[in-house]
Design a protein around this ligand. Structure first.
Ligand code: AHM
Ligand code: MG
Length: 334
């Protein structure tokens, strides 16, 4: 049996990909892996612990009810970023404002992290896959000072790394630093993420579409036309229409489509006129991974990664998936 490559070994091997790298990004990625193991441990015993499941009794900036696990995950990541010294500030889906770290130690950090600590909150209490999504940028402000809003509002194209952790049938960490996408599975017996999915590529075409179809009549009519034309017909050469699969956890829907090929659609609707998903915490990191794996991500018209963010909690219409399916879907957008 060949020796497994641990995430830590892999990160160290790849450090030389970055000229003049001083190891901070490597340490930051390792810190993310550690925090995600802490969260994974809590997710795995959630049903047994009263203080882990259920509502926290608070709402976040978007007016959504926070779950205990949202808050636990948020704290786990923030604590490790504060302790690590590579990060000068963060922005999280669960916090109203961005958080500059005020210690002299953290002010020397070169990076900011924007993240959704626990995506798919509505699935926590029903034992369905959930995840963490993160996005790393080099700061714009001067090292040694406090992080600024400008550090946070960078276009997705400026990401230096992005990834997600999926707490599914196993716990997986998938990330990119702009040189391909690699996936690691947590081996609980040794407590290590091990390389299980090297150089991930999204199939160029697929047969799975993921959308909350309850919204089909309150979104742009082109989406209904695309789904009726391509997804719900038996196309020439096929034996049946595409399969509709919607988990309601973006990370899980995205991960399945990354492996099997597919398209995920969350458009703006009359009730959510800007869309539901957040550009900075959800859409940009997964768009970076999708493009690195050969897929596409748009808001229906333009590349997600080219959008210059204006607000921290900005929402966008989101289409992400296999290249051919994305091109077909985009051709229906007026
Ligand atoms: P969350 O970050 O509060 O969990 O919201 C994001 C989630 C996505 O994971 C998922 O794809 C979507 O919201 C589901 O929304 P809906 O229930 O409207 O289909
Ligand atoms: Mg989310």
């Amino acid at each position: 049996m060949s020796k497994l490559t641990t995430l830590h070994e892999f990160i160290m091997d790849r450090q030389s990909d970055f000229p003049f790298a001083s190891g901070e990004l490597s340490r930051l990625l390792s810190d993310i892996a550690i925090a995600s193991k802490v969260v994974s441990k809590d997710v795995r015993r959630a049903g047994l612990m009263e203080d882990i499941l259920g509502a926290h009794g608070s709402t976040n900036i978007q007016g959504e009810e926070q779950q205990n696990l949202d808050v636990i995950a948020d704290k786990a990541f923030i604590n490790i970023f504060k302790a690590g010294g590579e990060v000068c500030g963060i922005a999280s889906e669960e916090n109203d404002d961005f958080m500059p770290f005020t210690s002299e130690f953290s002010k020397k950090g070169k990076y900011v992290v924007l993240f959704d600590p626990l995506d798919g909150s509505s699935n926590i209490d029903v034992n369905v896959s959930i995840g963490t999504i993160f996005s790393i940028y080099r700061r714009k402000s001067e090292v040694g000072t406090e992080a600024t809003m400008e550090d946070m509002l960078q276009a997705g194209d400026d990401q230096v790394a992005a990834g997600y952790v999926l707490y599914g049938s196993s716990t997986m960490l998938v990330y990119t630093t702009g040189k391909g996408v690699n996936g690691f599975t947590l081996d609980p017996s040794i407590g290590e993420f091990c390389l299980s999915h090297p150089d991930m590529k999204m199939p160029e075409n697929g047969r799975i579409y993921a959308m909350n179809e309850g919204n089909i009549n309150i979104c742009e009519s082109g989406i209904k036309e695309y789904i009726e034309t391509y997804c719900q017909q038996t196309l020439p050469g096929a034996s049946r229409p595409y399969s509709g699969r919607y988990i309601g956890s973006l990370v899980a829907d995205f991960h399945r489509n990354l492996i099997k090929g597919g398209i995920y659609i969350y458009p703006d609707t009359t009730t959510d006129p800007e869309g539901k998903l957040r550009l900075l915490y959800e859409c940009n990191p997964l768009a970076f991974i999708a493009e690195q794996a050969g897929g596409l991500a748009t808001n229906g018209r333009e590349r997600i990664l080219s959008i210059k963010p204006e607000r921290l909690h900005q929402r966008v219409s989101y289409f992400v998936g296999s290249k051919t399916m994305m091109e077909q879907a985009m051709s229906f957008m007026k």
